[in-house]
Design a protein around this ligand. Structure first.
Ligand code: PMP
Length: 433
């Protein structure tokens, strides 16, 4: 039997991994838990393609969950990393690269006066929440059902992404008290937010939101929703935090905030500003960021934060994005082709496609998907059949209904058309799967 059908090496590695790593993976959605089967162990990636340990190459719509917007192993990013490595891997001391990175982020995103680098999206969110609490002297946080903000205790409440895929509304191991100050509202339902402000006067430190939700599938903010959140925060003395770990430098050079024209007080970024290296950042208003140690009393630190190799990758990627605006035109045009194509194929089969720019999601439900409850109504069994058929055809999708598809500038029109043909074939023969 050919490796094409057997993926033998992946199987072997998965069996070994399960003995030593919980679930065999270092992050839950990689485990193919909701779709079943053997996760593909990956070996290398280039451009829009990723190759597994059995030598099979896939067209990649995961793009490392977003950061590879230029495509995998971009020559300029790789060269910058190799050059940085020549000088040493980590100093635990201030570097010029960190100043360059901070200047880039502050120059590109108008709401950001100051920024602090961390090592992951989770850390960025955790730190931004601490800053918001420190600045306001309040404890409560409003989040939205189905939004994922990393595995930070206080925000593992009605979270999206792997939490939603695993059907665990609230994680075990989170002390009751830790999550007590987390209030949950309904995405796109401004009344649910107003109610929480009314019930908790002068107690809410911040609202945190994915300005375009991409962890319950892709759910778009309805017209005016983000602006109303902005107004509610200002009226109630709470900060507005945009979690742009997915949307930052992807929806546009100014992220979702530029795209929708709403200015948050704080913003969190993740993987995309590391160009594939482990990076996160949080930043925003100077007065709020001035509460962070060593200037202010909000403590936050990190041995590897601002790591020189990670900075080299991130700076190079951000400069390429800044200097080549046609990249956004390109990925957005590809997005339009892919997602309107998918809608044309799938909507007559009881599916719904949500998309903006290069981010999109095919939901196996015929009702509009506007929040957690409507996303949750999707038929995950149908999704798993679709996922497996696409994987068999060489199209690597995120292994969960509740994740986005990511395009890169390395994808081509032909790649998109190939994907659409595979999808069309699935729906034509859906009963066979
Ligand atoms: N916020 C959002 C919006 C995310 O999508 C993610 C992860 N995909 C995180 C935070 C957490 O980032 P990380 O996995 O790097 O900790």
């Amino acid at each position: 039997m050919t490796p094409k059908t057997r993926h033998e090496r992946s199987r072997e590695l998965f069996a070994q991994a399960k003995l030593m790593i919980p679930g065999g993976v270092n992050s839950p959605v990689r485990a193919f838990q909701s779709v079943g089967g053997t996760p593909r162990f990956m070996q290398k990636a280039n451009g829009a393609h990723i190759t597994d340990v059995d030598g099979r190459t896939y067209l990649d719509y995961v793009c490392s969950w977003g950061p590879m917007i230029l495509g995998h192993n971009h020559p300029a990013v790789k060269a910058a990393v190799l050059q940085a490595v020549e000088n040493g891997l980590s100093f635990g001391a201030a570097t010029e690269a960190e100043v360059t990175m901070a200047r880039l982020v502050c120059d590109l995103v108008p709401s950001i006066d100051m920024v602090r680098m961390v090592n992951s999206g989770t850390e960025a969110v955790m730190s931004a929440i601490r800053a918001a609490r420190g600045y306001t002297g309040r404890s409560k946080i409003i989040k939205f059902e189905g939004c994922y903000h990393g595995h930070f205790d206080a925000l593992l409440v009605k979270a999206g992404s792997g939490v939603m895929t695993a059907g665990v509304p609230d994680s075990a191991g989170v002390p009751k008290g830790t999550a007590e100050d987390t209030l949950t509202a309904v995405y796109n339902d401004i009344d649910s937010v107003e109610k929480l402000f009314d019930e908790n006067p002068k107690e809410v430190a911040a609202i945190i939101i994915e300005p375009l939700a991409a962890n319950m599938g892709v759910v778009l903010p309805q017209e005016g929703f983000l602006k109303k959140l902005r107004a509610l925060c200002s009226a109630n003395g709470a900060l507005l935090i945009f979690d742009e770990v997915i949307t930052g430098f992807r929806l546009s050079l100014t992220g979702a905030q530029g795209y929708y024209g709403v200015k948050p007080d704080l913003t969190t970024f993740g993987k995309i500003i590391g160009g594939g290296m482990p990076v996160g950042a949080y930043g925003g208003r100077r007065d709020v960021m001035s509460t962070i140690a060593p200037v202010g009393g909000v403590y936050q630190a990190g041995t590897l934060s601002g790591n020189p190799v990670a900075m080299a990758a991130g700076i190079t990627q951000l400069k390429i994005l800044r200097d080549n605006p046609e990249i956004y035109e390109r990925v957005n045009r590809l997005g339009e082709r892919l997602y309107t194509g998918l809608a044309g194929i799938a909507e007559k089969h009881g599916c719904t496609v949500n998309h903006t720019g290069s981010l999109g999601c095919l939901f196996f439900t015929n009702r509009p998907v506007t929040d957690y409850a409507t996303a949750k109504a999707s038929d995950t069994v149908r999704f798993s059949h679709y996922f497996k058929k696409m994987l068999g055809d060489g199209v690597y999708l995120a292994p969960s209904q509740f994740e986005a598809m990511f395009l890169s500038a390395a994808h081509t029109e032909a790649d998109v058309d190939f994907t659409l043909n595979c999808a069309e074939d699935y729906f034509r023969r859906e009963d066979d799967f």
